[in-house]
Design a protein. Structure first.
Length: 532
């Protein structure tokens, strides 16, 4: 019996040994299967060399073919996906590039170049918030690269978050004070926040570093023009044209400053000529449409976007741009049709759902607008603008608690997002929680000291607290920073009527009417305020 037990134990031990050996053999076999042969490695290297030369020669499709062949051999090599993403960018296939860069991030999470290039691809698609997030990841890993700070600043500038842009340009310059382009960029951002003299100094430094920097001359001229120093402005603009006579980007990239100088109109004239020379080029129509949109000529923009759509019917961004133009004309039904087309062509593009939500909100279909905001947030859950937009829709519905939760989320994502502070303050004001509202408006003004909307709403909160003089000061500042919007005049007229300043009331009524406010409505609001 004892020998049987021993024999049984020995057999069990042998089984355990054989099982362990089998597992070890299988593991080693698996490693051998995954290991590339020297021949495969040589093939990959050959594909990379050829692809690199094609990239240098700007033969991007050929380069793409080579990277495809290499990835067929080794599908877990992050450098191959990164190379292919650059080929996609060369072909302007930015969405495909982003997919490859996401694969790079999975395979090699610490590969900074992947996040940086992904930021560039998002910028190229106009997805500036996503670009900021990609640059954030790159900067988290590489805090001393001035180019990353400059690129993130450029994305902030596109989002019109100029104070954040200036902060990043400052950091870029701290790390490298020899880059003329960064001084030019910071100067443009400073001009947008009203620091024109500081902007002029930056353009001067940019010119000192690079006397051939036409953009610095151009922007310095624009800044001098804003100060009314037209002779100096003209000399700088003339030098810019001499250095780069064919550069249309001056007009398209500089925004409001150039509009003041009438240069967008010159740009439209140039595109008129270009279209006469080549009526089949969709880009000419797109450029002219973009310029007209910036000039506020929305119908002309729509006409050109429509022609471009006829030439490029599968390009989603054209429907998005035309929809925005219809939106500006308050033709919301037509805008909605265009946003629908974007969803069909680019179902993962959150912007169309967001814009659809805004359009539906403005025509009063609040519940449906909330559904589209939900989809947009699912697609881009880290975009604070989406939470503010949905919060605004909740506010219009009268669901102030939900609106505040959304504004809270936006502030959690981006504590420097002044619009979220303003909108949360408005919701608190509607609830009669004026102290909380004042806290939010104070923070918004700290972040954006020239935000007329924040001052106007802080005035309302001060009025609710009984701080009449503070409210009047806020309304004055609201009008100073936003003189073409009727809200400041409306609020000041109502307050002055309570203070007995009848002459000032009449002036503000006239101004409010001039900027589109109904005179009879304002008069009735003044009477109601007196009766309270």
């Amino acid at each position: 019996m004892r020998s049987l037990i021993l024999n049984y134990s020995a057999r069990v031990s042998l089984i355990h040994i054989y099982s362990g050996m089998f597992i070890l053999i299988m593991f080693l076999t698996l490693i051998a299967c995954n290991k590339l042969t020297s021949k495969q490695l040589a093939q990959i290297e050959q594909h990379k060399i050829i692809a690199t030369q094609y990239m240098i020669d700007r033969k991007y499709q050929n380069a793409l073919d080579e990277y495809n062949s290499a990835i067929d051999i080794d599908g877990v090599n992050h450098e191959l996906y990164f190379g292919r993403s650059k080929a996609f960018i060369g072909l302007k296939a930015y969405r495909q590039s982003i997919k490859d860069l996401e694969e790079v991030n999975k395979l090699e999470p610490g590969y900074i170049e992947g996040y940086s290039l992904k930021g560039f691809a998002h910028v190229s698609l106009g997805e500036y918030r996503e670009a900021v997030r990609s640059y954030n990841r790159a900067i988290d890993s590489q805090t001393n690269d001035p180019k990353l700070f400059n690129n993130r600043a450029n994305a902030y500038a596109k989002l019109k978050e100029y104070y954040k842009a200036v902060e990043d340009y400052n950091k870029s310059i701290e790390l490298d004070a020899t880059n003329s382009r960064v001084f030019t960029n910071r100067g443009i951002a400073l001009g947008q926040i009203g620091s024109v003299r500081e902007a002029i100094r930056d353009f001067a430094e940019a010119i000192h570093l690079d006397p051939e920097n036409a953009s610095a001359y151009f922007n310095r001229g624009a800044a001098y023009s804003r100060l009314g120093e037209f002779e100096v402005a003209f000399r700088h603009l003339e030098e810019a044209v001499r250095l780069d006579p064919d550069n249309k980007a001056f007009v398209l990239d500089a925004g409001d400053q150039y509009t003041e100088l009438g240069l967008l109109r010159q740009s439209v004239a140039a595109y008129d000529l270009a279209i006469e020379q080549d009526i089949s080029s969709p880009q000419n129509y797109i450029d002219r449409a973009d310029a007209n949109y910036k000039l506020g000529k929305y119908q002309q923009a729509i006409d050109d976007y429509t022609i471009a759509i006829g030439l490029l019917p599968e390009l989603a961004k054209l429907y998005l741009a035309r929809g925005a133009s219809y939106h500006e004309l308050q033709q919301f039904e037509k805008a909605i049709e265009d946003y629908d087309m974007v969803m069909d062509l680019e179902p993962d593009d959150h912007r169309s759902y967001s814009k659809m939500g805004i359009a539906l909100m403005l025509i009063g279909d609040i519940n449906k607008s909330l559904q589209f905001f939900d989809i947009a947030i699912d697609l881009s859950p880290e975009d604070p603008n989406l939470f503010v937009d949905r919060g605004t829709s909740f506010s219009r519905k009268g669901d102030l608690s939900s609106s505040i939760l959304d504004f809270d989320k936006a502030i959690d994502i981006d504590p420097k997002f002044s619009r979220a502070w303003v909108d949360r303050g408005i919701s608190y004001s509607k609830l009669g929680e004026f102290e909380r509202a004042l806290f939010d408006f104070d923070e918004a003004i700290r972040l954006e000291p020239t935000d007329g909307r924040a001052f106007a709403n802080r005035g309302i909160a001060n009025l609710g607290m009984g701080n009449l003089e503070s409210a009047l000061t806020d309304y004055d500042k609201s009008i100073k920073f936003n003189p073409y919007h009727p809200l400041g005049y409306v609020n000041r007229a109502i307050l002055n009527s309570l203070l007995g300043s009848h002459t000032e009331v009449l002036k503000d009524i006239d101004k409010a009417e001039e900027f589109g406010y109904d005179r009879d409505l304002l008069l009735s609001q003044i009477e109601e305020a007196k009766l309270r």
